[in-house]
Design a protein around this ligand. Structure first.
Ligand SMILES: *Cc1c(COP(=O)(O)O)cnc(C)c1O
Length: 424
């Protein structure tokens, strides 16, 4: 694998192979991660990386764009097909380098410095780009926030109350750590009541939305942003979808507003991933992601754990360790040592610091891509419960680590070498 890299740069090659091995031998339960197909990665590794193509297909600032124009048009048409709903005409921009870049471009298009916008608080499941003081969204604009209730569900009464009091120009819905369905129609009613524009950031749930297993943000939202590498299982990148009347502003906010040349190799990989997502097998995959999350959540609850909001309707769950001697950080380290990769996460009413936290976020997109099902999900939940119950027990640790290794060997990633991989 990678013979040219191996001979030219053994140091980088060694690290790349170490990471390939880590992904093969460990169980990836980070809710925002997935395993892209070999076709997606081949497109990303192609010479399209060499091409400058500032502008849009048919209107570029550089010559020689005839081939990349075809690629970008394929990506745009497929993305549109994936996310369009009856009677709502949308446009797409496939150039954002990441989810954060997509959000920055939308804010640049819709807000002026100092304008008020409303988003979900970071420690309640929101994202840094929804108005954190350490992000440009919180430094250039004036963010106000809504929260989840103590039971972990979004507080739509609070959304409306804050919107009425603050009169934001833009309302942002969407989250990084929220296990329930987002009611876009309810957000739209509030946006209309206060005369705000509505944006959904579906970075986490895009794959579910694409196959109709989570309600679509259209026709309710004016603009929708997403990543392409989470449940959508494409290359690392961003995407903007918007109603027609917003598209011109979106396009110029991406380029020249906030980016230079688009990553044409990544756009080619997005086109490949969108085509995969249009196949019937992608719907089966997302159904399995949900079934696995439900099974894992039910088993964790049966083993005495409390989950934020009591369970899950999507691809992720939050184990609430507020009443547990271990912190979220302890949990992340403990599971990580046994080959189960998760991340610590704040919980509603968090009493520990954001670097420690009282929650562990667990997601099923990546393990489902490997072919694991409900039985494996229940087994994994048991291992997690075993470890959390006996953090110091070397026998438990050894038993789980061996179990994880055997499970990963039975569900080889990319066919065990860099081979078969997740089928399209
Ligand atoms: C992951 C995420 C992003 C940012 O995506 P990057 O590609 O990491 O920049 C933005 N919004 C939400 C809700 C996310 O979960």
């Amino acid at each position: 694998m990678f013979p040219n890299l191996q001979s030219e740069d053994p140091e980088v090659y060694a690290s790349v192979m170490a990471e390939v091995n880590r992904q093969q031998h460990d169980l990836e339960l980070i809710a925002s991660e997935n395993h892209a197909s070999l076709a997606v990665m081949e497109a990303m590794g192609s010479p399209l990386t060499n091409k400058y193509a500032e502008g849009l297909p048919g209107a570029r600032y550089y010559g020689g764009c005839e081939n990349v124009d075809v690629v970008e048009n394929l990506a745009r048409a497929r993305a549109r097909k994936l996310f369009m709903v009856e009677g709502c005409d949308i446009g797409v921009n496939v150039q954002p380098h990441s989810g954060a870049s997509a959000n920055a471009a939308v804010f640049l298009a819709l807000l002026k410095p100092g304008d008020t916008f409303l988003g979900l608080d970071l420690s309640h499941g929101g994202h840094l780009t929804h108005g954190s003081p350490v992000n440009s969204s919180g430094r250039l604009y004036r963010p106000v926030h809504y929260h989840v209730r103590p039971d972990g569900w979004l507080d739509m009464d609070e959304v409306r109350a804050v919107a009425l009091a603050e009169r934001p120009k833009l309302i942002v819905c969407g989250a990084s750590a929220y296990p329930r369905i987002i009611d876009f129609a309810a957000f739209k009613a509030i946006a209309d009541e206060v005369g705000a524009l509505l944006m959904a950031d579906i970075a986490h749930i895009a794959g579910l939305v694409a196959v109709g297993l989570h309600p679509s943000p259209f026709p309710h939202c004016d603009v929708v942003t997403t990543t392409t590498h989470k449940t959508l299982r494409g290359p690392r990148g961003g995407l903007i979808l918007a109603k027609r009347d917003q598209m011109k502003a979106m396009n110029s906010a991406v380029f020249p507003g906030s980016q230079g040349g688009p990553l044409m190799h990544v756009i080619a990989a997005k086109a490949v991933a969108f085509n995969e997502a249009l196949q019937p097998s992608f719907r089966s995959y997302q159904e399995q992601v949900l079934a696995n999350a439900k099974a894992m959540a039910a088993r964790l609850v049966a083993r005495g754990h409390s989950l934020v909001s009591g369970g899950t309707d999507n691809h992720l769950m939050l184990i609430d360790l507020s009443e547990h001697p271990l912190s979220g950080k302890d949990g992340e380290l403990l599971l990580g040592k046994a080959g189960i990769t998760v991340n610590k996460n704040t919980v509603p009413g968090e009493r520990r610091s954001p670097m420690v936290t009282s929650g562990v976020r667990v997601g099923t997109p990546a393990m489902t891509t490997r072919g694991m099902g409900v039985a494996e999900s229940e087994q994994i939940a048991d291992w997690i419960a075993d470890l959390l119950a006996s953090p110091e027990d070397a026998d438990v640790h050894a038993r789980v680590r061996a179990g994880v290794s055997a499970l990963c060997a039975a569900f080889p990633l990319y066919g065990g070498a860099h081979g078969a991989g997740p089928s399209a």
